[in-house]
Design a protein around this ligand. Sequence first.
Ligand SMILES: Cc1cc2nc3c(=O)[nH]c(=O)nc-3n(C[C@H](O)[C@H](O)[C@H](O)COP(=O)(O)OP(=O)(O)OC[C@H]3O[C@@H](n4cnc5c(N)ncnc54)[C@H](O)[C@@H]3O)c2cc1C
Length: 326
Amino acid sequence: MSKILVLAEHEKGHVKKVTLNTLAFARQLAAKTGASIDIAVLGKGVGDIAEKLRGYGAGTVHVADHAELEHPIASAWAKTLADLATSIGATVVTAPASTIGKDVLPRVAARLAAGMASDVVGIVDTAKGPAFRRPMWAGNLMGDAFIKTKTQVISVRASAFDAAEASGGSSALAAFAAQPDLAKSRVRFVKFDGVQSTRPDLTEASIVVAGGRGLKPEKGGFGAIEPLADLLGAAIGASRAAVDDGYAPNDYQIGQTGKVVAPQLYFAIAISGAVQHLAGMKNSKVIVAINTRDDEPIFKVADYGLVADAFVAVPELVAKIKAMRG
Ligand SMILES: Cc1cc2nc3c(=O)[nH]c(=O)nc-3n(C[C@H](O)[C@H](O)[C@H](O)COP(=O)(O)OP(=O)(O)OC[C@H]3O[C@@H](n4cnc5c(N)ncnc54)[C@H](O)[C@@H]3O)c2cc1C
């Protein structure tokens, strides 16, 4: 029987939401193909992560616990994942199309001589079996990729799949004797310079307040939207123009060349709605746009639009929410 192997992504002892989105993709594929699902947890001291993932209906949660896997160095993770896939006879290896997934999966595909579809947003039935739908040209076109190799590698655009719920039960646990061979790699871990923030992770937040180039620093810049984000417990994002002009840090960027998000609520404030920006947020459940111009493309995807100066409208919105909350 075919078997889908899902690479779990985790950080500081918690399972990242993108893993659950990828599990949802795996469940859809399994429902179409009759495949079983296994989960791979790689890292150092990751027993708790594996334990948390046992409730998601997988046949087995494989744990590759090894000092050389502590940091997600692509060469070591890819070798381990490919070795594991081979040893259990996985026919599909999948992971989120995150920074880690984009780094690791092409190497896995090369090691397994497998065809790969990246950034998959859906599964399409064809006479030959499932094909994988993926956006092309910043989402202006959709392509359906049919993979001909026996083993298939698929990265998943997490925002296209609702996070899998725990399904109860308790998967088997299996230790995998990883041989990451880090010494043979030309890559060394130096340090992880993570962003220190009290705000939620942009890709995990249920509310995102994003600002664009209209938030001129001389008028108040991103400081104008921070109170709204604080009030709503939201993450802050930005358009590329705002990042390029130095209004916001690089890791805030949303879009084709930034992060892809799909929160419950997305504020696009002083963002025109260029196609490259929409590529990163148009799957958001509810979109609110605030812009001085009523003819900007952002209003075509917005559920609620306010034609107003952000530096006036956002403080008013904050005051009204505070008043409503008493
Ligand atoms: C290959 C490639 C990749 C790209 N990748 C990305 C990407 O990942 N993400 C991304 O965002 N872009 C990306 N871009 C850039 C994209 O094409 C746009 O240039 C960019 O999204 C524009 O950002 P913006 O809407 O903030 O700026 P602008 O287009 O300059 O829009 C500013 C908006 O602010 C409004 N405004 C001005 N003042 C106010 C005010 N006081 N109150 C309210 N509204 C106001 C204006 O009416 C306008 O709509 C990419 C481009 C290319 C070519």
